[in-house]
Design a protein around this ligand. Structure first.
Ligand code: KG4
Ligand code: ZN
Length: 349
């Protein structure tokens, strides 16, 4: 089955075609990020206007062949942005007489782990190297996640640990009590004048620094690392960074990245052990962070041996795109009449 995915929940306008939930045929993403960078954050009105300009050209470029169904992100996200994708998808489903499947953005992110890595990584050579180095999905591990799986979903709006017992069977184990990990990076990057979006900016600044020159000078807290729950809290880190604003921004970025990734890795490993899962999956924009990818892999190898496989999508499929929306729709195939599909900005898992 060939599915056209459409994703417009925030500042990316994306369309992709995926066959049988795993084979990436086309993947087009237009972003209005550069425009928002000028203001240090997203302006919802502007994002929706940009979505309107890009949606048809992006779909046209992605449509390299006939399709069987349309999948669209219905929430969560910015209402103006969501409406552009949802109404376009409904119009196409009506005009082409194709089934339409509503997809929750957060569930979509998880399915980036089912998209064939060879295909998606070929289009992004840098990721092949990264994944090879990390030995993610190495020859000894299965090519697709087995259940039960533990998902660490880390994006701009969400930080969640989710137990996945099968396709569409999700149980929330814990989430952030305040800021999401991506939000923490975005806010701290702004405090340190490193640019927007903050995650890649923090990663770039951190890479200019070595561990030794930070360890002696800056120590940030690891919030809730010893707390028994699987919840997170990242807003205190922003306050801690604010208090040290005069110091070297690269060193602060380095230590911030260490603090956030230490907490994410520690809690994920503990949840994986507690629930005796077969695989651990990273998902969401923050999963693009090299330090998180590398730390998760080395800690899992060290503490869990070869009992669990780690799945990490290629960098290009971690941040918002429509390929994972099409993949999620294939594995949870529940078409709905276009009349019943509505954008819902507050959807949850
Ligand atoms: O999943 P996503 O593209 O959009 C949402 O659904 O929120 O995630 C965006 C978030 C932003 O907070 C961004 O700063 C963060 O992902 N991000 C990163 C990296 N790339 C994107 N955080 C850390 N390191 C990165 N390389
Ligand atoms: Zn997202």
């Amino acid at each position: 089955m060939i599915i056209l995915g459409i994703e417009t929940s925030c500042d990316e306008t994306a369309a992709a075609i995926v066959e049988n939930g795993t084979k990436l045929i086309s993947n087009v993403v237009a972003s209005s990020q550069a425009m928002h960078a000028k203001y240090g954050g997203i302006i919802p009105d502007q994002a929706a206007r940009e979505q309107l300009k890009s949606i048809l050209p992006v779909i046209q470029e992605a449509l390299t062949q006939n399709i069987d169904a349309i999948a669209v992100t219905v929430g969560p996200g910015l209402i103006g942005s969501l409406l552009v994708g949802v109404e376009t998808a409904k119009a196409l489903a009506f005009a082409w007489n194709k089934p339409i499947i509503p997809v929750t953005h957060l569930i979509g992110h998880v399915y980036a782990n089912w998209i064939d890595s060879e295909v998606s990584e070929n289009s992004d050579p840098q990721n092949v190297r990264r994944s090879d180095n990390l030995k993610i999905r190495n020859s000894g591990s299965p090519s697709f996640p087995s259940f039960p799986a533990l998902v660490l979903l880390v994006s701009g709006g969400h930080t969640e640990l989710i137990l996945m017992k099968g396709h569409g069977k999700f149980k929330l184990l814990g989430s952030t009590r305040d800021d999401a990990a991506g939000e923490c990076f975005d806010k701290c990057a702004r405090l340190l004048n490193l640019g927007y979006p903050g995650g890649p900016a923090i990663e770039a600044a951190a890479s200019k620094c070595t561990m030794n020159n930070v360890q002696s000078t800056i120590k940030l807290p690891r919030p809730m690392i010893n707390d028994k729950s699987f919840d997170f809290s990242f807003s205190g880190l922003k306050t801690a960074v604010l208090g040290r604003q005069g110091e070297n921004p690269n060193s602060l970025a380095y230590e911030l990245q260490e603090a956030v990734t230490d907490v994410l890795v520690e809690k994920t490993i503990r949840a994986a052990e507690d629930h005796q899962v077969k695989s651990v999956l990273l998902a969401g924009g923050v999963a693009a962070n090299s330090r998180l990818r590398e730390k998760m892999l080395s800690t899992m190898n060290h503490e869990l041996g070869s009992t669990m496989s780690l799945f990490v999508p290629p960098v290009s499929l971690c941040t918002d795109n429509a390929a994972y929306i099409a993949a999620a729709a294939f594995f949870n195939y529940q078409p709905v009449s276009w009349r019943k599909i509505n954008a819902d900005p507050s959807l949850d898992i």
